[in-house]
Write a protein that binds this ligand. Sequence first.
Ligand SMILES: *[C@@H]1O[C@H](CO)[C@@H](O)[C@H](O)[C@H]1NC(C)=O
Ligand SMILES: *[C@@H]1O[C@H](CO)[C@@H](O)[C@H](O)[C@H]1NC(C)=O
Length: 775
Amino acid sequence: MRAAGLLAFLRPALPLLLGLSLGCSLSLLRVSWSQDAPAGEGDAADAACLEGAAGPERPPAGRSPEGGGGGGGGGRAADEDFKPRIVPYSRDPSKPYKKVLRTRYIQTELGFRERLFVAVLTSKATLNTLAVAVNKTVAHHFSHLLYFTGLRGAKVPHGMAVVSHGDERPVWLMYETVRYIQQHFGGDFDWFFVMQDDTYAQAERVQALAGHLSINQDVYLGRAEQFIGGDERAPYCHGGFGYLLSRSLLLKLRPHLDNCRNEILSVRPDEWLGRCIVDFLGLSCLSQLQGQRFLSYELAKNVEPEKEEGEAFRGAITVHPVAEPTLMYRLHKRYSRIQLERAYEEIEQLQDQICNLTTRMPVGEAKLTWPVGIEAPFVPKSRFEVITWDYFTEQHLFSCPSGAPKCELAGASKADVENILQAALEQLNRRYRPRLRFRKHQLLNGYRRFDPTRGMEYTLDLLLEAVTQKGHSHLLAKRVNLLRPLSKVEIIPMPYVMEATRVQLVLPLTVQELDFVGSFLDAFAVNALDTHDNVLLTLLLVYDPYDAQRVAQVDVFAGVKAMVAQLEKRYADVKIPWISVKTEVPSQIKLMDVVSKKHPVDTLFFLASVWTEISGEVLNRCRMNAIGSWQAFFPIHFQEFNPVLTYRRDPAAAASTSGTDFLRDGHFDRHAFAEACFYNSDYMAARSRLAADAALDREEALEDLEVFDLFLRYSQLHLFRAVEPGLVQKYVLQSCNPRLSEELYRHCVHSNLQGLASRSHLAMAFFEQEQANST
Ligand SMILES: *[C@@H]1O[C@H](CO)[C@@H](O)[C@H](O)[C@H]1NC(C)=O
Ligand SMILES: *[C@@H]1O[C@H](CO)[C@@H](O)[C@H](O)[C@H]1NC(C)=O
């Protein structure tokens, strides 16, 4: 009875329990299997990375160069040192409890290290020639690169970190360098690549090499050379081609360095180091390890890198000797080209593979995009998302930045068109070679559009002259499609922003806008004051000269002041100051000048309009997107359409706009620049630059400018302009001040017109009115 009751009680959980126990037993089974299986050498070697630096208790693994080749080079030694242990934790009660000091980054605590450190041995004489060439060809790939010279006093080229040891003797330089690296970087890096300034290195391949080796072994990898008259079986690594040292090797070498310096007589630094490693650690230079080969190429005298072919050259990671900087650059060019060719080949292979695979997919080849492997063209879901094509010819562009219907093709656009035409011809010629040769006669039509998911797409109608092998020629029109795909996607580093910054709201108010102040203040109270957001509000009361004169008798802003007083009474700790400004033309810059002077330099301003509905979300985005001396933020608000026009049929719907799809009937008003977030310091900097531009610092000139223009023209800041769904403005017909500059006035009128209703709404309204008139 009781058992049955228990079962009934457990029934809902039964599948879960069963599943759990099954899972546990299966995992136990798996554990015992994997323990039985012989540990693969590679696995063990990798796993052994868990053990930190090889301690002194382990005898140096005497390894002959032959034994080191192939996949399992270090496997033998590594097998032994990987044994997981459980360290029981027990605190000695007699000792006082000491608080564990945690490091700032978990990386430090876990002992993570960086991958690769590069040392370039140079000299006073070549620092400004060869070393600079090295810097220009590899430095941007290596995050940590140091140059070591003997004598001090050479002028250090810009942007290069140079360590001088104060002695020009090469062996001494080597000794000091190894000691220096060991002391300063021995704890932070896994690999150390040492090269000379007459070495050309393919940085990416050196990195890849280091990335493919497991880190726990003593590695001395480079181009193996025999000592003159020495032991055949223990070569050293030739310094000219560079060599890779592992951290553990460097650690072990440390106690012997001084002995090496005193005992080993050698003129060549690489031989000296090699001897030291061979004699004291019993290791010798390897040219390959764990399946990774250190390929190098010895450059003959007076060769032309451009003409150099052959696998040995193409595959080389480093090249030596490079006698002069120009040769270094030529080598770099040649190898960059080789890399590019490889990349293209690889792309072609991958495309073939994709083609082969898609035929076996359920959807078949229909799913295949063009070009293979690149995102399919964006398919618009509504007519608002359609990406339009721009029409162009060889001379003209038919969608111009200025808004004109037609403009001369120039600059980057011209280069773009020329380039794409050339690419089209090359492709055609390649495809029909050798039967046909094409020459361009004319570009009939050109279309291009930028698809943000893909890149720049082109469709060209070409009038071509095709020449057959026999020499017959014929004119024909052909349409081609081309794509310039987006390539490297980069993450732009951005300074970190604290969200707690205080926001200083600035609200300029003119007499025409008085009716809306009430709802602005209400929204402000509910969304900012009630929530205790870190925000202050300053009102800018803009009097025109006439109102200013009679302010003693009638204050047009008396109502506003009363409202503010009421708010201040309601929220005891809130002060809302106002500043009165007398001007006929309330341009943004003029008003900001007044406000800017009254606030500290580090103030974050949020310039608002009376229709702006402040919310916590918007304030936070203002804080995040405005970054001092870096970025100013200009949100594009959402402007609702006139409800009279949009809800003519169904006035009830107008009331229920808030809710799920509140961004329904309206548009993001790109003409409006009334809202802005920026730091006072940035404003002041831009403003003083404007002032320096004396020609513009006249009254009228200021009226042409908005804060946005000011930042655009007179600062180096990023201007971040983006739609802000949190800023929704109710429909309003703004009064456009005809005294503002023509441009601003036009914007204002445009904004009003487009904010009326969508075209379909207008068409419906128009249609209905026509019908009503005709009956
Ligand atoms: C050296 O390389 C660094 C990093 O790419 C660069 O910033 C610096 O300007 C270079 N210096 C010279 C002299 O080329
Ligand atoms: C694709 O398939 C063809 C024919 O089946 C074959 O010859 C070719 O090697 C395959 N290509 C790749 C990259 O697998």
